[in-house]
Ligand binder design. Sequence first.
Ligand code: SAH
Length: 409
Amino acid sequence: MTTHSPTAPVTGLPMATVVLKPKRARPFFGRHPWVLDSAVLKVDGQPADGDVVDLATHDGNFVARGLWNSQSRLRVRLYAFNASIKLDADLWRGRIAAAVALRTVLGLDDRTAAVRLINSEGDDLSGLIVDRYGDYLAVQVTALAMAERLDTICDALESTVTPKGILLRGAERGLAKLEGLALVDRVVRGSAPSGPIFVHEHGLKFGVDLAEGQKTGYYIDQRDNRQAAARYAQGRRVLDMFCYSGGFAVACAVSGAARSVLAVDSSAKAAALARANADLNGAANVTVDTIDAFEKLDALAAAGERFGMVILDPPKFARSRSSVDDALRAYHRINRVAVGLLEPGGILVTCSCSGSVSREDFLQMLSGVAQRSGRPIQLLECRGAAADHPVSASCLEGEYLKCVIARVA
Ligand code: SAH
């Protein structure tokens, strides 16, 4: 990591000016927070990574203020669009307080729940994700400049939400590398919980492994989609593919009164969590299978099995724009098999968390499945992430989750 000039985080004032190429300023007048290296004409000054910089047009007009990272293609992340705003501790404190206040407005200040308190660009804090699990916070930093301000961020979180502990969880492998981040998972404030945390979700209880679970421990974004899916489950035989800790399976079995649920995940750890969560909620009719989902789907199809509801919530298939076509083929494949497994009038709950696959592309993929399978598909609900995952209209890249509930004739 580059050594940091000690004055920048204190004053919050610019150490250099990043000058844009002609005709490249428009997105930033529209408050888009990411300045790619390809838009930069030159840098006046020698900013260290993490320093505050101003963004200017090629003819010298102020555009925005942000934080510099020479190691990332995303050279500057913008946090203010007014030259009078300093990127200092007061600003971060204010943004964090505003994000926490929004969750109160959303009715999500229940201490026993799992809630996303800070959603990166959606809360004007590009590169910072904070999830609350009961009395503990899990922090994910995806920007070098945020990593350098971790102390300030933790101070603000401690005074705003008074957690028992704050845990740092590493960013996705690829992302960390792209940003030049070298963070290791650790307890940064207070203590870690001694075992799993139990969180409440729409009348159910889930155990979350904060230290080793996927993401920051749990898929909070699917909270309301699990509840929505469960409304269709009554009396049905349900297949929950890519179940992780069993969120959809348990919701369908218990809240939805499904006849039975088969939950599948290739990870033994995930399957163990799903089993434990089914037991915790008294869902005896949930069976968990540790096996590759593609293999399992084919085996179920070959055996002529039928379900009244199939849930597909796979991991990200597209990691970048260039892999969108491959991803759409993979989505097509699993959705096609899932449709084949559904009895007439069955319910398909199909999700995509690939940000680079657009909602429209995903729906077109479903059109293709309807056409190829000869099974009409009625779209009942086109859903996204829960409201504690706000998306900035100036950064639609934050809109990643699609969850479509459909009836298959
Ligand atoms: N539905 C879950 C979240 C699913 S995340 C919830 O509501 O919490 C995606 C899951 O897919 C992960 O648990 C991951 O272990 C699993 N997975 C990834 N590749 C897989 C594969 N090829 N077969 C089965 N499961 C897979």
